[in-house]
Design a binder for this molecule. Structure first.
Ligand code: 6R9
Length: 685
């Protein structure tokens, strides 16, 4: 079944923006051979305060032998993203169109925001930021749940040229502090707290811890702006801002059966202020600051294989046109569609496909605060029906976790408004693909298995719903402007069928430009392994039909439920524990999460390996990195398999983790008896 080819349904293809493989091939060829013309046409849909300088539309160097790496699109042009996403749409007569349907954690909490209101709120908040001394180029950290104030805060930054750095609100205070310190954030925007499923998270408390840690390291966050989210849920007619055009917010704290008492929110009068109080007197208009094409738009941190997160930097013009174009073609977006991407805005998927891509197309989308399991395991399907969603974009880990509950929960719902289903974050196994296709999509929808990265800004390898015949588990072919190659160990191009390192030959408009304040690391991480190419860090296979299949990370990175993290990052947290001498972390396949963390621990001399230590270590990783990073297994390792030069052989540890005795060549190990010992100590999981 999985080898079968699934063709786009003819009704879908006939009405699609890209209707056939022939059309795709022509457009792709043009985008590669004549990028100036291809992207120049697209750029005309947007407003530019000043045009691109002559002959400066596109320039780059991808080869370290020829000097520093750089990528520039539309040099000389200036624009403002919020102007293109909001003012332009309102001026075109779409002021009353819904930009976002907000669906709260509790199904009784919902609201909506039109383009006109979104523009007004954005301008007001831009004025609030200005009143806090934020200027063009300043960094603003955002640590917020999925509420309407989050895109408002991001767009307000773009209004005045400030650079936002959104940190996923599931990260620990340490992780938040590290990111604010690296970006030297001037302002932090957060909420008092949020309900995630049945759990209350006190975000302001985490922010206070993080701001204190930043201060110890000689940087100070000058202002912290706090949305009163818990209070408005508990008390909809009382305090709290409600940036909406109608809706219903009545439950929140009460509905979870936890009592209506508001938790204590830590406060520093000199630094902290409430969002709704600041917004009260803010002017509803704010003239946009014109931003150069290559000026920074945002920083988003992603895990690096050394453990220190990398501040991926995206710039203005290229990101705008790429987010807009991928959104339009990959989801085959049409004006009456309702789009829903379930990703948190704290990840790149949320940046590009909850905020920038949809708004650039004047789309209506769903902004969902909750989880797939609350209050019942049918929440996703009920939301699709409630808003008549036409494109549903989610992650394989979510699909696998929902498959467990059987087909009946899905069958309760109509779901016939769906036309395109999207998958992102990790390879999708064919079983999950087929379930998604047959059950959720009724065998009528196209599936877009979109491969991309924080660094790529938008989709780079993906089917197009009306054009590409699909193979379950294959991300298929490159998007416009993208030229992939597979390389062997020596950097030789693999033609035709084969497997190798996935690299790209030339830049597309939406790719990253640098790592914030660390161009050196940018060059060594992505351009040093193979000169002349951007190296993704993923492996891929090309089959006889030319389809690309992503095989996963080839560096020391793990992908747990779509969250990327490095083994080094987790190992350094584990070895901070006073009882731990050494730690080695590998990934183990997991039926729902894709991969899970399997940790080998060598205790210090005289320290026993016991349950209490296991629990402490799991807790420590949760606290230091975030709950999603919690290890599944802690394995007692009196020693680790190392080469004579002291390098840990993770290849062997991965075999031990899955209980596969077939460990391969152990001749380079300093002491090969350790392999047997580790098999004997394998915990029963
Ligand atoms: C968008 C996003 C990037 C890494 C990437 C790869 C994995 C993402 C995938 C996929 C196979 C897909 N990945 N999409 N692997 N098929 N469709 O997830 O960005 O968080 O930076 O992660 O995720 O390993 O290198 P990011």
């Amino acid at each position: 079944m999985a080898d079968r080819i699934y063709y786009p349904k003819s009704a879908l293809a006939e009405a699609a923006h890209c209707k056939s493989m022939e059309q795709y091939k022509q457009m792709h060829e043009k985008s590669i051979k004549n990028p100036e013309e291809f992207w120049g046409e697209i750029a005309k849909q947007f407003y530019w305060e000043t045009p691109t300088s002559d002959n400066k539309f596109f320039s780059y160097n991808f080869n370290l032998n020829e000097g520093d790496i750089f990528i520039k699109w539309m040099e000389g042009a200036s624009t403002n993203i919020s102007f293109n996403l909001l003012d332009k749409n309102v001026k075109c007569g779409n002021g009353d169109k819904i930009a976002f349907y907000w669906e709260g954690n509790d199904p009784d909490d919902y609201s909506r925001l039109t383009y006109r209101k979104l523009l007004e709120e954005t301008c007001k908040f831009a004025n609030v930021l200005k009143s806090k001394g934020v200027e063009k180029g300043d960094r603003v950290a955002i640590y917020m749940p999925m509420i309407l104030e989050l895109p408002i805060a991001m767009l307000a930054c773009t209004r005045i040229g400030a650079v936002h750095s959104v940190v996923f609100a599931g990260y620990s205070s340490d992780s938040l502090a590290e990111r604010m310190l690296d970006s030297k954030a001037k302002v932090l925007i957060t909420t008092d707290g949020v309900w995630r499923g049945p759990k209350l998270l006190l975000l302001k408390t985490i922010c206070d811890e993080a701001m204190a840690k930043v201060k110890v390291n000689n940087h100070e966050v000058e202002s912290c702006i706090v949305v009163s989210h818990l209070r408005r849920l508990a008390n909809p007619h009382g305090g709290g801002s409600t940036a909406t055009d109608g809706g219903n917010i009545k439950n929140g704290i009460n509905s979870n059966g936890n009592g209506a008492n508001e938790p204590n929110i830590p406060w520093d009068d000199d630094r902290d202020c409430w969002w709704h109080e600041e917004m009260e007197d803010a002017e509803p208009s704010c003239y946009p600051v014109w931003i150069s094409a290559e000026d920074p738009l945002f920083i988003l941190y992603t895990s690096g294989s050394t453990g220190k997160p990398k501040g991926v930097l995206h710039t203005t013009a290229g990101y705008l046109i790429y987010a807009a174009t991928t959104f339009k073609y990959v989801f085959d977006y049409k004006p009456n569609d309702v789009f829903w991407c379930t990703a948190d805005i704290g990840w790149i998927t949320g940046h590009t496909y909850v905020v920038y891509g949809p708004l650039a197309n004047c789309a209506t989308s769903v902004l969902f605060e909750g989880t797939p399991f609350h209050p019942q395991n049918d929440r996703y399907w009920s939301v699709i029906d409630k808003y008549k969603v036409s494109q549903f974009y989610t992650a394989p880990t979510a699909i696998r976790s929902l498959m467990k509950f059987g087909d009946s929960l899905v069958k309760k719902y109509d779901l016939t408004t769906l036309r395109v289903l999207g998958s992102v974050g990790e390879p999708i196994n064919s079983e999950a693909w087929l379930w998604f296709y047959n059950l959720v999509g009724h065998g009528k929808c196209s599936i877009a298995d979109t491969f991309w990265q924080t660094e790529t800004g938008g989709h780079v390898i993906t089917p197009l719903p009306g054009a590409t015949p699909m193979k379950p588990g294959s991300a298929t072919f490159p998007f416009f402007g993208v030229l992939p190659e597979l390389l062997d160990e020596d950097g030789k191009i693999i033609e035709g069928e084969g497997e190798g390192y996935l690299v790209f030959r030339q830049p597309w408009p939406g790719m990253m430009r640098t790592l914030y304040a660390n161009h050196e690391r940018f060059q060594t991480t992505y351009f040093d392994r193979f000169h002349g190419y951007y190296c993704t860090g993923d492996g891929a296979r090309r089959d006889a039909d030319g389809y690309l299949w992503i095989t996963g990370r080839i560096d020391d990175m793990l992908n747990v439920s779509g969250h990327l993290m490095s083994t080094a990052e987790v190992e350094s947290v584990l070895t901070e524990h006073p009882a731990v001498a050494e730690a080695a972390v590998v990934s183990k396949p997991h039926p729902v999460k894709g991969q899970c963390l399997y940790c080998f621990i060598t205790p210090n001399e005289g320290r026993k390996f016991e349950k209490q230590l296991e629990d402490e270590l799991k807790k420590k990783v949760r606290e230091k990195i975030g709950p999603f990073a919690q290890p599944d297994v802690i394995h007692h390792a009196p020693g680790l398999p190392k080469t004579r030069s002291g390098k840990i052989m993770r290849r062997i540890l991965r075999k031990i983790a899955i209980g596969d005795r077939n460990v391969g060549d152990t001749s380079t190990l300093a002491d090969d008896s350790i392999v047997d010992t580790l098999f004997q100590l394998r915990p029963q999981v």
